[in-house]
Design a protein around this ligand. Structure first.
Ligand code: NAP
Length: 458
């Protein structure tokens, strides 16, 4: 895939970028290694000062950074601005909390190990490669970079090929905040050259956010080099509506949960499992609300849903709907993409989904919801877990017994009760099953790329 900005609203090529050659990549890895060695001897307060300065820059530059996201991948300008603000907030969160998360811990009873004292300490490990997706071009990177740099590591970014302007913006952000040159840099390279970087002895670990095949490939390479990986992969999150749910709130939240980011978030609710007692009412209200969404120019403040980010993403959705239709699915709204420029796909609701359809098992990455009628909570849980993914989940219920049943039974990295899945810097984020390995955000996120060193003193 060419490294290029192509405007998804018009389909027009805005600008193509030359990939960094091997010499440039080598130089950036070398710079990152040197920056790591320099940062290792800095204290948390110094790094926090640089991180806050970088967050201030991001905030101050929102009027140019946000439209850049909309131009490159089609999210609405309103949501692009929210992404910038959230990223700056997460940077300050790690500036404020990194030292506390990485504080030394004394063993309560050192005599148990024959020591006069014993403790553990968290240390940075070196240069970490981050392979990132286009769907949140700034946020996905920041949630790796902010904790990694606050821990004292250096980072190298291989961003998705369709967001080079975002990648180059991030290339300088941390240095402009005060971090040593090379502490965080972008490598403009295609996916095929990731392997060479992962195998470079100066790279100590890697993280990938993206699709399952990409994650498997990176983890296999890193595994063969005995290098740690964190993987944040796909999801097909269930959104369960029980008979005791506040239905109107569930419906209005379901719409946002499905179409946020033009339906291209890993934690969008994708499968709606609705108790038979409220199914007809839910489908009617949900379909009506999905049909009422404004699809159009993402720069326009009134637009709810912009285009999909890529032509191939739109093609994937068309194929999933055609397959479902040919196997007898019902489509209550949408399903037929409009002609004309841009990669638009209408908000779509698919019912009567069966395991014979690809939509049952595959992640639909766009504003497409599947709705299932379930007889009881056991059937809801069975279908919710009948997926290779396990990222997040949501349950709508006013019944404490149902709540406990789903919280314990859902195979997912998170459960949101009477709400929708959202990432917060304060909460660990990650999945089980094919949705990934490890955690980002919170204390767990910063510890992923640290050496937990035990110290024993006789
Ligand atoms: P993708 O094709 O896997 O791309 C993600 C990144 O991986 C890009 O930088 C891509 O580079 C690179 N890449 C692709 N194949 C690779 C390979 N074999 N080896 C090394 N790197 C490779 O994913 P996408 O289609 O852009 O993103 C959508 C997917 O990401 C969805 O499944 C979504 O659920 C998931 N996602 C997960 C999370 C999470 O936190 N769990 C968050 C956001 C998105 P190129 O662009 O150059 O191909």
């Amino acid at each position: 895939m060419a490294i290029a900005t192509v405007n998804p609203t018009t389909g027009e090529l805005v600008r193509e970028y030359a990939a960094h050659d091997e010499g440039e990549v080598n130089e950036r890895i070398e710079q990152a290694r040197a920056a790591f060695l320099a940062m290792r001897s800095t204290d948390f307060a110094t790094r926090a000062g640089w991180m806050r300065a970088a967050a201030d820059l991001l905030d101050a530059e929102i009027d140019t950074a946000a439209p850049m996201l909309t131009l490159e991948m089609g999210k609405t300008l309103v949501q692009a601005r929210a992404e910038i603000a959230k990223s700056a907030k997460a940077m300050r969160f790690y500036a404020d909390n990194a030292e506390r998360f990485l504080t030394e811990s004394m063993l309560d009873d050192p005599s148990a190990v024959g020591a006069s004292s014993a403790w553990t300490r968290w240390e940075p490990i070196g240069v970490v490669l981050a392979v990132m997706p286009w769907n949140y071009p700034i946020w996905q990177v920041i949630r790796f970079a902010a904790p990694a740099l606050m821990a004292g590591n250096a980072g190298l970014l291989k961003h998705a090929s369709n967001v080079p302007q975002s990648a180059l913006y991030l290339d300088t952000l941390f240095e402009r905040g005060g971090f040593p040159a090379g502490a965080f840099r972008t490598l403009l390279i295609p996916a095929a050259r990731v392997e060479g970087v992962v195998r470079d002895p100066r790279i100590v670990a890697a993280t990938l956010t993206g699709s399952e095949p990409a994650g498997r490939s990176l983890a296999a390479i890193a595994g063969s080099e005995v290098k740690h990986t964190v993987l944040e992969l796909g999801g097909s999150d269930p959104f369960i509506v029980t008979s005791s749910a506040n239905l109107d709130r569930a419906v209005s939240t379901a719409v946002i949960a499905r179409v946020t980011n033009n339906g291209q978030a890993c934690i969008n609710a994708k499968r709606f499992l609705v108790d038979a007692a409220v199914y007809d009412e839910f489908v009617a209200k949900f379909s009506e609300a999905m049909a009422a969404l404004v699809v159009g120019d993402p720069m326009d403040a009134d637009t709810d849903v912009g285009p999909l980010a890529t032509a191939s993403g739109r093609e994937d959705l068309i194929e999933l709907v055609d397959d479902a239709r040919s196997h007898g699915a019902g489509i209550t709204v949408g399903g037929v993409p409009t002609n004309g420029p841009g990669w638009f796909f209408p908000p779509t609701v698919v019912t009567n989904v069966t395991p014979a359809m690809r939509l049952y098992a595959e992640e639909a990455f766009g504003p497409l919801a599947t709705v299932f009628r379930v007889a009881d909570r056991e059937e809801a849980l069975r279908i919710a877990n009948d997926t290779t993914f396990g990222l997040s989940s949501a349950v709508w219920t006013e019944d404490p017994d149902d709540e406990a049943f789903f919280v314990a039974g859902l195979e997912a990295g998170a459960v949101f009760i009477n709400g929708m899945s959202i990432s917060y810097p304060e909460l660990p984020f990650g999945g089980v099953k094919d949705s990934g390995i490890g955690r980002e955000l919170s204390a767990e996120g910063i510890r992923e790329f640290c050496n937990l060193k035990s110290v024993w003193k006789g």
